[in-house]
Design a protein around this ligand. Structure first.
Ligand code: IPM
Ligand code: MG
Length: 368
């Protein structure tokens, strides 16, 4: 049997730097655990635009459809701000999500003990936090038609459309309930049913899926603005949060910051199962390309490394090995190792991206 295949798309900004550290972890699994991957690397975002004039070449898109999992670093940067909208780096990422139909975006927000006093919130509010945001990723206002900037009389109007079909809501609700069963068995669904028809339908369908097939899971509904407030007031009340594409984008940044740093948060974007039973999948850190620190050795590779751990768990059924990576990360943090984004106390000196990657590899060695 051939090795499982990975397509690595480092992208822009700190993407390549953090991905270099992920490759060390991938290589470690080949060398020390006999778990080898066939790895190929390609361009996405601004890097692809620079070479091909498009943020995602058709060949790369085709390759992404074939592999067992895609690992993506980050896209975008100020150099590309003035590009035409259709070729902006983000369009490459959105095309991958849409064409691979990666409708379920899993964004865990876990507070590592060693970082509990690093959050902008009080320690007891975040210590032990473990929530999972399930963001719908292939529909809603990100993709709805009509969209565009149009002329209306003597001024222009910008239009985007929030649009959800019953089946789109149904499948994301199922993904959330399935996950909840493996965790705290609680789902909170967030929308704005008080002002949006799409929110009314969202609430109805989530409730129906629950009543028909997941009555054993505790379900609540919340308006998304209240959800944002509750996330900073008492985040531990949540287990799984399921929400649409745009609310999920905003709420997951908020949840990420509860844990101390955006540099810590991984994500998995999953689609329907392929012929081999594995879900179509792409794994990426929640953070962006961080142009302000690019090339300085300051980037935190942990979010990207934890994204690979999610790949082990969700694409390759290697939950124990995923836990091994998570424990290695926990260990280096407990040992006091900090990249620049994690500095909270006087007298702490940061380690570099490379040093963090090497320390995690060493912690993996120690786990054997
Ligand atoms: C994210 C990002 C993306 C999004 C951007 C880069 C297109 O913010 O993954 O959260 O808005 O979905
Ligand atoms: Mg975002």
């Amino acid at each position: 049997m051939s090795n499982p295949s990975l397509l690595i798309l480092p992208g822009d900004g700190i993407g390549p730097e953090v991905m270099t550290e992920v490759v060390k972890i991938i290589d470690w699994f080949g060398a020390k655990r006999g778990i080898a991957f066939d790895v190929s690397t390609d361009l996405v975002g601004g890097a692809a635009y620079d070479k091909h004039g498009t943020p995602l070449h058709d060949d790369t898109m085709a390759r992404a459809q074939e592999v067992d999992a895609v690992l993506l670093g980050a896209v975008g940067g100020p150099r590309y701000d003035d590009l035409d909208f259709s070729v902006k780096p983000e369009r490459g990422l959105l095309r991958l999500r849409k064409e691979m139909d990666l409708f379920a975006n899993l964004r865990p927000a876990q507070c590592f003990d060693a970082l509990a006093d690093f959050s902008s919130l009080k320690k007891d509010i975040v210590a032990g936090l473990d929530i999972m945001i399930v963001r719908e990723l292939t529909s809603g206002v990100y993709f709805g038609e009509p969209r565009g900037i149009f002329k209306e009389g003597n001024e222009r109007v910008g239009i985007n459309t929030q649009r959800y079909t019953e089946s789109e809501i149904d499948r994301i609700a199922r993904a959330a309930f399935e996950l909840a069963r493996k965790r705290g068995n609680k789902v909170c669904s967030m929308e704005k049913a008080n002002v949006m028809e799409s929110g009314i339908l969202w609430r109805e369908v989530v409730q129906k899926v629950h009543d028909e097939d997941y009555a054993d899971v505790e379900l609540s509904h919340m308006y998304a603005d209240n959800g944002a407030m509750q996330l900073v007031r008492a985040p531990k009340q949540f287990d799984v949060i399921v929400t649409d594409n745009l609310f999920g984008d905003v709420l997951s940044d908020c949840a990420a910051m509860l844990t101390g740093s955006l540099g810590m948060l991984p994500s998995a974007s999953l689609g329907a199962p392929m012929a081999n039973g594995r879900p179509k999948a792409m794994y990426e850190p929640v953070h962006g390309s961080a142009p302000d620190i690019t090339g300085q050795g300051k980037a935190n590779p942990i979010a990207c490394i934890l994204s690979f751990a999610m790949a082990l768990r969700y694409s390759f059924d290697l939950g124990d090995e995923a836990t091994r990576v998570e424990k290695a990360v926990e260990k280096v943090l407990a040992d006091g190792l900090r990249t620049a984004d994690l500095l909270g106390h006087e007298g702490e000196t940061p380690i570099s991206t490379t040093e963090m990657g090497d320390a995690i590899v060493a912690a993996l060695d120690a786990s054997l």
